[in-house]
Design a binder for this molecule. Structure first.
Ligand SMILES: NC(=O)c1ccc[n+]([C@@H]2O[C@H](COP(=O)([O-])OP(=O)(O)OC[C@H]3O[C@@H](n4cnc5c(N)ncnc54)[C@H](O)[C@@H]3O)[C@@H](O)[C@H]2O)c1
Length: 290
């Protein structure tokens, strides 16, 4: 493959980028998302909720798209306190029609879509011998096809709007290195998500759309608690010992808090991240070092 694909319009990408940030911008202007609209998938609980909270706090109107519509509506109501604009909508990110409806509803309620956070993800712990083809397919459908579908339809809207955009994919340290056994389908999906991030960044730069990933380590969320409680760990493996071994390997000595990821997403969504595209920020308390 040539290093400089001929279909990229670099002049256009440069002019969009130059229009965005100036040296004289004040710090509050750089971090502000006033007037922008964000979609956060899987934003009802956990990491997605923390991301939605920070984006709304910075001034964005936020649409939470979650397969649990009731939880999405409750979280949206909670985050709307203080005049912030947050809505919830039921959507399965693996379903084309529902993703198209999410983008259309966001545009109609908020007037556009500027930021997409692909956060929805599932991580059932299943050793390969106990993993059915349908289990593998569902993890890939939510974690990888979901990112493709949301990126495709959100990017189409962003290109049509002509004011650039930001796409942030929540991958995992498992996109780089396995964290434990029982997650072969998950690791495949997250490696795929990182690859998809890089190619979409390359392709969408000409439209002023910057695409990056955040790779969290172990973060204390309802999903992780549920996995720990009911984890179908491979035979002969003690789930508690696996978790303790993972915790002991974190140089910072603690699990991540969802807001550790919320703050990083705010950084990537804001003009503080004026020269980032195709990057993956590892937010793991140093876990990958050990
Ligand atoms: N928590 C961690 O330790 C950790 C580490 C690395 C990466 N991640 C990634 O961060 C993301 C969020 O993880 P979390 O721990 O907050 O999970 P969680 O299970 O606590 O929350 C996930 C949310 O996504 C929603 N969701 C699930 N399937 C969906 C679908 N098909 N369509 C729309 N929404 C759907 C759920 O209803 C829920 O609200 C995932 O992509 C996960 O892989 C988490």
């Amino acid at each position: 493959m040539p290093r400089s694909p001929h279909w990229l319009d670099r002049g256009r990408a440069r002019s969009v980028a130059e229009g965005v940030v100036t040296e004289s911008a004040r710090i509050d202007e750089l971090v502000s998302l006033d007037g922008r609209t964000a979609i956060v998938t899987g934003g009802a609980i956990g990491i997605g909720e923390a991301i939605a909270r920070r984006l709304a706090e910075a001034g964005a109107a936020v649409m939470i798209g979650d397969i649990d519509g009731e939880a999405a509506a409750e979280t949206a109501a909670r985050l709307s306190d203080g005049g912030r604009r947050v809505l919830g909508m039921e959507v399965d990110v693996a379903d084309v029609g529902q993703v198209q409806a999410l983008i259309a509803e966001t545009r109609s309620r908020f007037g556009g879509v500027d930021i997409l956070v692909n956060n929805a993800g599932i991580f059932p712990n299943q050793p390969i011998h106990a993993m059915e083809p349908a289990d593998f397919d569902r993890v890939i459908a939510v974690n990888l096809r979901g990112i493709f579908l949301c990126t495709k339809y959100a990017a189409e809207a962003m290109v049509e709007q002509g004011r650039g955009g930001r796409i942030i994919n929540i991958t995992s340290i498992d996109a780089l290195h396995p964290s434990m056994i029982g997650l072969a389908h998950y690791d495949a999906s997250k490696h795929g998500a990182w690859g998809f991030t890089k190619t979409s960044a390359l392709e969408l730069a000409q439209h002023g759309i910057w695409v990056n990933a955040i790779a969290p380590g172990g973060v204390a969320t309802p999903g992780v608690a549920a996995m720990q409680a009911g984890s179908a760990t491979p035979e002969g493996v003690d789930p508690q010992a696996t978790i303790e071994a993972f915790l002991a390997s974190i140089p910072m000595g603690r699990m991540g808090d969802p807001d550790d990821i919320g703050r990083t997403a705010l950084f990537l969504a804001s003009d503080l991240a004026s020269y980032f595209t195709g990057s993956q920020i590892v937010v793991d308390g140093g876990a990958l070092l050990t």
